[in-house]
Design a protein around this ligand. Structure first.
Ligand code: ADP
Length: 605
């Protein structure tokens, strides 16, 4: 073969300026593309070596070298190599048809940046950084001679026979004036580490091996121990300690997917916002923004996902619409839920210890994804007022006689409120909820289980907390003591939106309580969030005075002999005690409450 020249395609003439422009911020990826081509060439040869015999040489490797004076950068492998015909076919035709496709899509596209993102420009991305590219290659087949392909523009090429001793391909880039940064060992090593750390072939930058790690996700799960997973986790994310749990993904059909996902111990709430999932394609790093692959609630996960069938240059918009991505996402959701339920069943104690940290994630997942709910529902836990953790099922079973499918609940921060004291001393059980998400979570669970109704402990006075044996003797005016207590407090406390009632409660230790109807509280909380200004809730509330409370009875009795100012002060204070217990005092009201407490104590001392 004498030197052959040719022109590849007319349409491609304008492609390189476009590629350069769009990919400029990502021009590093040319190295990834060339190294992964070399890795493929070695993998192919390894496969062939299983059945054919050929002149085996040294160990498989990829060598990266550069020459600062000549401004050249070379990537050399001892893989399968190419014959002259293969160069024509794979480099001139196939690769360029990719480029042509690109041009066509580019011309008609609205989302031009999105388009470039998922084009496998492969070998041709080397023109992003070069004024000239040379391929010297020799096929593993004995009777093929070595060839040299060179092109200055990416449009015209020359092909000639050469002498080349070793099998494999060497690609030499003559770097352009803006790409001198690649003539630097440190920079090259860094790029190899970033993109090619997990490739199964040693990659030498100026004779120094720059990649080392075996991709743990490709090992068989049964061969791995917890320590291996933890070690790998800390390799990926240094100083992360131990994760809460991990899931090893390993699917062959109907799609190929491998990976390991870790649920980190969250040190700060903000940690959750970081991009923790790294996306790989056949062990080549693609992106650390794999968050489009998993639904939002799973973005707290960290780890690796390897999808061999995804184009190397994936863009976010591509991921959002790809049907493969949807299937992968469903698979991951199911796997995570299964893992949780598994852990729950295997070691409930350990699961309960972790629950505080993972519950927000689980609940958010359940609310936002039907499939996750279906799979994860057996492991939903609540803290109980009896000090243990409970599932909803267990709670309902334990309390079915008393509660009739009602689930009493109280915010955990109010777990020692007067109402909860009364509740516990009356032998009732409530689940304690977390204010951040539980108003939505409870609503969601009710929607799913029509027979279950959540009721806040302070939304009404249930029969079980009322002392039915209390006597109610009427006096000569046909009034009970309760009537008189009511009268006194009504005359002392005048507030818009306040209703006052008297009840004989089972515990004498609770003087007063605030009651808010369930529906009203929910509406207000939905509109304003849990941590709203409490005054919104007080537009319509009930003060319950306990006729069994010594304080309430004394207050009423003694009020007869007191001047009205003092009597009012006591009534106000008892009312405020109820509001303090329900965490319903505003800051300024708290000030008044404290001042009043001081003056009451002064009177006593
Ligand atoms: P892709 O890798 O997506 O197929 P490329 O443009 O990167 O596209 O490469 C085109 C083809 O050229 C490859 O499929 C392969 O057949 C061949 N090729 C590229 N680099 C090498 C190499 N280092 N050794 C052997 N063949 C190669």
């Amino acid at each position: 073969m004498s030197t052959e020249s040719g022109k590849i395609s007319v349409q491609t003439e304008n492609i390189f300026p476009i590629i350069k422009k769009w990919l400029y911020s990502e021009k590093d990826i040319f190295l990834r593309e060339l190294i992964s081509n070399s890795t493929d060439a070695i993998s192919k040869l390894k496969k062939i070596a299983l059945t054919e015999s050929f002149e085996a040489t040294e160990d498989y490797k990829i060598k990266i070298t550069f020459d600062q004076e000549k401004r050249t950068l070379s990537i050399e492998d001892n893989g399968i190599g190419m014959s002259a015909d293969e160069i024509k076919k794979y480099i001139n035709q196939i690769a360029f048809s990719g480029a042509e496709d690109f041009i066509k899509k580019y011309e008609n596209a609205d989302n031009k940046a999105g388009i470039i993102g998922h084009f496998g420009l492969g070998f041709y991305s080397s023109f992003m950084v070069s004024t000239k590219v040379v391929i010297e290659t020799k096929s593993y087949k004995k009777d093929e001679s070595a060839v040299k392909w060179e092109s200055e523009s990416g449009v015209e090429f020359q092909l000639s026979k050469i002498e080349k001793e070793n099998r494999g391909t060497k690609i030499t880039l003559f770097l352009d004036s803006e790409s001198g940064e690649y003539l630097d060992k440190w920079k090259l090593k860094e790029l190899v580490k970033k993109y090619c750390d997990f490739l199964p072939v040693p990659i030498l930058v100026e004779e120094e091996e720059a990649n080392k790690k075996t991709p743990l996700w490709s090992s068989s799960p049964s061969s791995l121990k917890k320590e291996d997973y933890n070690e790998f986790y800390n390799y990926l994310f240094p100083f992360s300690g131990e994760p809460h749990f991990y899931v090893h993904l390993n699917v062959d059909y109907p799609f190929r997917l491998q990976g390991i996902l870790y649920f980190p111990k969250l040190k700060h709430e903000l940690d959750a916002a970081k991009n923790g999932i790294k996306l790989y394609c056949n062990h080549v790093f693609v992106s650390d923004e794999a968050n489009e692959l998993v639904p939002q609630f799973l973005t707290v996960l960290k780890g690796t996902i390897d999808i061999p069938d995804l184009p190397l240059n994936v863009s976010r918009s591509y991921l959002q619409t790809d049907p493969l991505v949807k299937k992968i996402s469903s698979h991951i959701i199911k796997k995570i839920a299964d893992r949780l339920v598994d852990d729950f069943k295997k070691d409930r104690d350990a699961f309960e210890k972790n629950w505080d940290e993972i519950s927000l994630f689980v609940k958010y997942g359940i609310i936002s994804d039907e499939k996750f709910y279906d799979a994860a529902k057996p492991c939903i836990l609540f803290k109980s007022s009896n000090g243990n953790f409970t599932t909803l099922e267990e709670y309902l079973e334990r309390n079915k006689e008393k509660n009739e499918n009602k689930v009493f609940y109280a915010p955990e921060v109010e777990s020692s409120s007067s109402m909860m004291e009364l509740f516990k001393s009356s032998g009732l059980e409530a689940v304690l909820v977390d204010t951040r998400i539980d108003s939505h979570f409870i609503q969601f669970l009710e929607g799913k289980n029509s027979e279950v109704k959540f009721q806040r402990v302070d939304s009404e006075i249930t029969d079980q907390v009322v002392d039915k044996t209390a006597t109610n003797i009427v006096d000569e005016n046909n009034q009970t003591e309760s009537d008189k207590i009511l009268e006194f407090f009504k005359s002392s406390l005048t507030r818009d939106g306040l209703e006052i009632k008297v009840e004989s409660l089972k515990s004498g230790e609770v003087p007063s309580l605030i009651i808010l109807p369930e529906y009203m509280r929910r509406i207000t909380e939905m509109n304003l969030g849990m941590n709203q200004d409490k005054s919104a809730l007080l537009k319509n509330h009930t003060l319950i005075l306990n006729a069994n409370s010594k304080l309430v009875r004394n207050a009423y009795q003694k009020s007869k002999g007191l001047n009205p100012e003092k009597a009012n002060l006591i009534a106000e204070h008892i009312y405020d005690l109820a509001r303090v217990s329900s965490k319903m005092l505003s800051d300024s009201e708290m000030g008044i409450f404290l001042k009043r407490s001081t003056s009451i104590l002064e009177d006593l001392t």
